[in-house]
Design a binder for this molecule. Structure first.
Ligand SMILES: Nc1ncnc2c1ncn2[C@@H]1O[C@H](COP(=O)(O)OP(=O)(O)OP(=O)(O)O)[C@@H](O)[C@H]1O
Ligand SMILES: [Mg+2]
Length: 344
């Protein structure tokens, strides 16, 4: 488990201090894939570098597996860092070393014997699907394969935690999916805790159990991925989710809806539901029971780690009291209902 307590990070900038992290508190349970998302400059890389103390925090503590890294001396810190692997956006491979040589490097640096190194590296190459490429050089393999080398190298010292800073940002969507699947497999098979930094909600949606949203150095929202998607609270979260679920309506439709809302004859609702709600006739049942008309403006069925997730924007017409009853009914069925008074 990783505990981040009251973490702040200040840098001296040309116009005074820059507060890159402000009083960040996070608990990352062991064995989870934990996502940290935020816009550019939010402080994500600073946070991840502080987790393994590559940069010392101005204030606060980083506790990994019960040990407070900020209190450790040089040697103890070096030893503790072996429990924390890291992968990067630009892979950071040595071009003069083969695939095998890159993965072996941390073990060589740790003074391990040749046979021991081989016994560790070959299964790792197998795990990441690179056995047949072991004698190639980085220039001879694809971006996705390079990241597989980066992952195998990070795993060489058998870490308990893997930190990933935008590890899929330089890859196309298909390769991204394959790398995220590999990370998920490693998480499951090795029980590794993974902290995954990204600016893409798509990445969070595909592999993370929990997510924290970072904005201007602060954690503005945190929770299980499904919950955050069902009911995003912070505007930054909404904007980031907007990449996946388009809340926005086509302009002509927007104009008509705005007109109806002005005359007070419609209620604009956002409905979000998961699991059984997706394939049960809750909507048609609601319409029948409360004699409403529902105009579906926008809808999307998606999947969050194998769990169906739906989001609908509807313009509901009917008697106000019936609409209120309908909202209660929908909520009793596990649907998250949000009343939007206006169209953005
Ligand atoms: N070493 C440093 N010295 C001064 N300022 C820094 C330093 N490192 C980061 N910053 C500043 O801290 C803020 C957060 O930067 P950081 O790199 O953590 O953002 P990020 O969320 O990783 O952004 P991106 O998505 O673009 O990678 C920025 O304003 C940045 O300019
Ligand atoms: Mg960054």
């Amino acid at each position: 488990m990783i505990e981040i307590r009251n973490l702040s990070q200040r840098f001296a900038g040309p116009r005074g201090w820059v507060e890159a992290l402000h009083n960040v508190n996070l608990t990352i349970p062991a064995g989870e894939v934990f996502g940290i998302i935020g816009r550019s400059g939010a402080g994500k890389s600073t946070l991840v570098r502080t987790i393994n103390l590559l940069t010392r925090p101005s204030e606060g503590n980083v506790i990994v597996d019960g040990r407070d890294l900020t209190t450790l001396g040089k040697d103890d810190l070096r030893a503790a860092r072996r429990d924390i692997g890291m992968i990067f956006q630009h892979f950071n491979l040595l071009s003069s070393r083969t695939v095998y040589g890159n993965v072996a490097l941390p073990l060589e640096l740790a003074g391990k014997k040749r046979a021991e190194i081989e016994a560790a590296v070959l299964p790792l190459l197998d795990l990441v699907g690179l056995s047949t490429h072991k004698d190639k050089y980085p220039a001879q393999i694809s971006g996705g394969q390079k990241q597989r080398v980066g992952i195998a190298r990070a795993l060489a010292s058998r870490p308990k935690v893997l930190l990933s800073d935008e590890a899929t940002s330089a890859l196309d969507p298909e390769t991204t999916r394959a790398i995220l699947d590999l990370l998920r497999k490693i998480n499951r098979e090795l029980g590794l805790t993974i902290v995954l930094i990204t600016h893409q909600m798509e990445v969070i949606k595909q592999v993370c159990d929990r997510v924290a949203v970072l904005d201007a150095g602060r954690v503005v929202e945190e929770g299980k991925v499904v919950d955050v998607f069902m009911q995003p609270h912070h505007e930054v979260t909404r904007a980031l989710i907007g990449d996946v679920i388009a809340h926005e309506l086509p302009p002509a439709l927007k104009a008509r809806v705005t007109e109806r809302l002005k005359t007070g004859s419609g209620h604009l609702l956002r409905l979000a539901f998961t699991g059984s709600g997706v394939d049960q006739p809750i909507l048609s049942e609601t319409i029948r029971r409360y004699e409403l008309d529902f105009n579906i403006l926008h809808g999307q069925i998606d999947e969050i780690q194998g769990q169906a997730f739906g989001s609908l924007a509807v313009l509901a017409g009917g008697q106000p009291v019936k609409i209120a009853e309908a909202i209660d009914y929908l909520r009793s069925q596990g649907v998250v209902v949000e009343e939007l008074s206006h169209v953005e």
